[in-house]
Design a protein around this ligand. Sequence first.
Ligand code: NAD
Length: 258
Amino acid sequence: MGIMERMRLDGKASFVTGGARGIGKAIAVALAEAGSDVAIVDVDIEESEKTAKEIADATGVKTMAIKTDVTNQTDVDQMIAAILKEFGKLDVAFCNAGICMNIPAEEMTLDQFKKVIDINLTGVFLTSQAAAKVMLKQGKGSIINTASMSGHIVNVPQPQCSYNASKAGVIQLTKSMAVEFAKRGVRVNSISPGYMGTELVLNAPHLKALIEQWNAMAPMGRLGHTDELQAIAVYLAGDTSDFTTGSDFVIDGAFSCF
Ligand code: NAD
């Protein structure tokens, strides 16, 4: 079988947290286009339902939308149960939901700091742990976490200490789980995107000046497009990456190189 056929995900079952929009949606589309059934997991159920229908109509795979707060253990357990009921198994977990707060470190309250860590790091722990429990029993599975180039560098000018710390945490959480599960068929990797021109970013009037600054600083002179993350998602989800675990893939147009 040729490489393009071996990269396909036909017959697999996946979930994507934060899958309603932005990067998560682009990843869910890619997994579905490659043949996987996909659950859109997000706090925003209206948008998740729209995304799930759009993907099913376009690709013909089975999709479902599940309202889940990734910081809530009960929600996460119910999400996994719903996926197993509908799809019968879980092959791919994309733990992607995340938020950012741009607040100077000396002004950030404990609640604000904890909120970012809760969603970006604890949420990734809860969802990847819940997925791993199923996958370890199956003896196979691929977990992919969305970190960020901000897990590698302190990007300026905007202050975002909690975000940067949470994403560095995601990278080490990923490597730790990868080592623990390595002999048991479950792989864990992360992707670290640079600045991506998601709809929310491009359409936010308060970000216009910042986007100009980012473009001026970027070696390629532009933001990334969400479709530029799709191929790595399909690769990590599928069996051609069977020897790839504990790796972080930086996709930032060389932004973090200096
Ligand atoms: P986005 O705001 O467009 O989408 C995030 C989604 O996550 C939303 O649909 C939101 O409803 C959902 N979400 C938020 N909190 C949640 C929770 N507690 N439980 C479940 N769902 C929740 O964001 P995006 O730009 O697509 O970012 C997706 C991921 O990529 C995040 O982890 C982000 O940190 C990371 N990232 C983004 C960029 C970028 O430039 N956009 C760069 C690097 C990394």
